[in-house]
Design a protein around this ligand. Structure first.
Ligand SMILES: [Zn+2]
Length: 108
């Protein structure tokens, strides 16, 4: 009997650390910071502009990636995208913009 209790205690203590890992992980998204004109990675938000994690100001617009310029561009408003297919093109090279791309480098 005492052996079973001992095993139970081992199992319980062994599982203790897992509860933290099960908490939902914040989804990261690439945004275009209209203030610094740079792409930043921040917690995904349903509100736009989203809050910049460093300044705390609402300056983050969803970003789209241009593979030709290898740069993130600020995504136009959704209404603009629906009205004008040309809006989803890179303002510099007119190349197609993608929703996914390499994460921007943090810092300088
Ligand atoms: Zn481009």
């Amino acid at each position: 009997m005492s052996r079973i209790v001992c095993l139970l205690l081992l199992m319980l203590s062994g599982c203790g650390g897992d509860s933290v890992a099960e908490s939902p992980v914040a989804v990261q998204q690439v945004y275009f910071d209209v203030q610094s004109k740079r792409a930043v990675v921040a917690e995904a938000s349903t509100e736009t502009p989203a809050v910049h994690p460093e300044t705390g100001r609402r300056t983050l617009m969803p970003a789209l990636y241009c593979t030709q310029c290898a740069a993130w561009r600020a995504a136009p408003p959704l209404q603009e995208l629906q009205r004008n297919p040309q809006a989803r093109l890179c303002p510099k090279c007119k190349g197609p913009l993608a929703a996914d791309g390499p994460l921007p480098a943090t810092g300088e």
